[in-house]
Write a protein that binds this ligand. Structure first.
Ligand code: FA5
Length: 339
């Protein structure tokens, strides 16, 4: 209880002195996945029922109090920003228009999706489309994540109120749609926007883009996946890029792997962006789990396949040396005009 009281007063003090970017960091520090309060809530299982109730309710009150403080600080910052903007950007209505008008351009993320799609097309993939609103069946069940499976908790899902639908948390439902609509052999990518109810930092955002990939045929092996991905990465970034394959876990692939790129910001020495590891994760992948093939009535004895999902924002950050994912979504023309 003493720890919780300390956390509240420390957080309030930090929020009082925060600016726009440090406010997000404070949110992550206290309320994020590994935040101070989240840690306390996670540790509750080791307490007696009485203590669990007492500490749990205090921790939840503290969480709401910090959230309220952050929201009210956000409003204050927004107001002082707008006041300042009004003062500094008085429009001169007497000025005439400048010709020619600027035509605008594609957003860097859309450009990257087009570039990524171009490379995959050259590797024999078709380009498919998915839907941002999905049902639990496609986002979870058909992907071998049954109801009440703990893997659902890691997805930080936005459910749509009153409906049995949600904002897709990854592009992997695209695998199921592609298999339902086609018979093997299949070789397709599905790019699109995904949503997660999670705190943002330099490499995480609550709305981001992924490119899903799926190949199903007879005799597809893990070697096909590995060589194809290495081929893609070298075609996209050039041959001197350093990547590593790291064992991982996804419910819908077995075995599963994540691919990291050596951090270009610190050249692998360790920095804020790569969380001192020298590597940044860009994609998850693996061999399609037999249960996923069975969910679409494919013969899992006859067919095998690989699947992957890569993070478009991370790839764009690497491509152009951008050190904060939030820049993509601030709509600052000084940033966007560089692309
Ligand atoms: C998935 O979403 C799996 N569906 C990927 C997959 C597909 C695995 C097919 C196996 C087979 P993950 O949550 O790790 O996995 O996200 C994949 C990639 O999206 C990450 O490697 C990262 O590049 C990017 N990513 C994940 N969370 C965020 C976020 N909050 N902000 C920006 N990019 C993110």
């Amino acid at each position: 209880m003493e720890d919780i009281r300390k956390i509240i007063s420390e957080a309030k003090e930090k929020i009082k002195n925060a600016n726009v970017s440090s406010l997000e960091n404070i949110k992550t520090e206290y309320l994020g996945k590994n935040g101070a309060l989240t840690q306390i809530l996670k540790s509750l299982s080791s307490y007696s029922i009485e203590d669990k109730k007492r500490i749990g309710s205090q921790a939840n009150n503290a969480k709401s109090a910090i959230e309220t403080e952050i929201e009210s600080k956000k409003e204050d910052l927004k107001k002082s920003f707008l006041d300042e903007k009004m003062r500094s950007e008085r429009l001169d209505y007497s000025k005439s228009f400048y010709f020619p008008f600027s035509k605008g351009s594609f957003h860097p993320i859309i450009q990257t999706i087009q570039d990524i799609s171009g490379v995959f097309k050259s590797l024999g993939f078709a380009v498919g489309e998915g839907s941002e609103i999905e049902t639990e069946k496609y986002n979870f069940e058909a992907l071998n994540i049954p109801e009440s499976h703990p893997a659902r908790d890691t997805h930080d899902t936005f459910y749509l109120e009153g409906l049995k639908t949600l904002l897709r948390t990854h592009t992997s439902p695209g695998q199921i749609h592609a298999m339902e609509k086609n018979k093997p052999p299949i070789k397709v990518i599905v790019p699109g926007k995904v949503y997660r109810n999670e705190a943002s930092d330099a490499t995480h955002f609550s709305t981001f883009h992924q490119v899903e990939g799926l190949a199903v045929d007879e005799n597809i092996t893990f070697v096909d996946l590995k060589t194809m991905l290495a081929d893609f990465i070298h075609k996209f970034f050039g041959s001197d890029i350093d990547i590593r394959f790291r064992p991982s876990h996804f419910q819908f692939t077995e075995p599963s792997v994540e691919v990291d790129m050596r951090c270009i910001f610190c050249k692998g020495k360790g920095c804020r962006l790569c969380k001192s590891s020298g590597w940044i994760e860009i994609l998850g992948c693996g061999m399609v789990h037999p249960n996923v093939l069975k969910a679409v009535n494919y013969d899992s004895e006859k067919y095998t396949g690989y699947a992957f999902g890569l993070g478009v924002e991370r790839i764009t950050m690497f491509k152009y040396g951008i050190d904060d994912i939030r820049l993509f979504y601030e709509n600052d023309l000084r940033f966007l005009k560089q692309f």
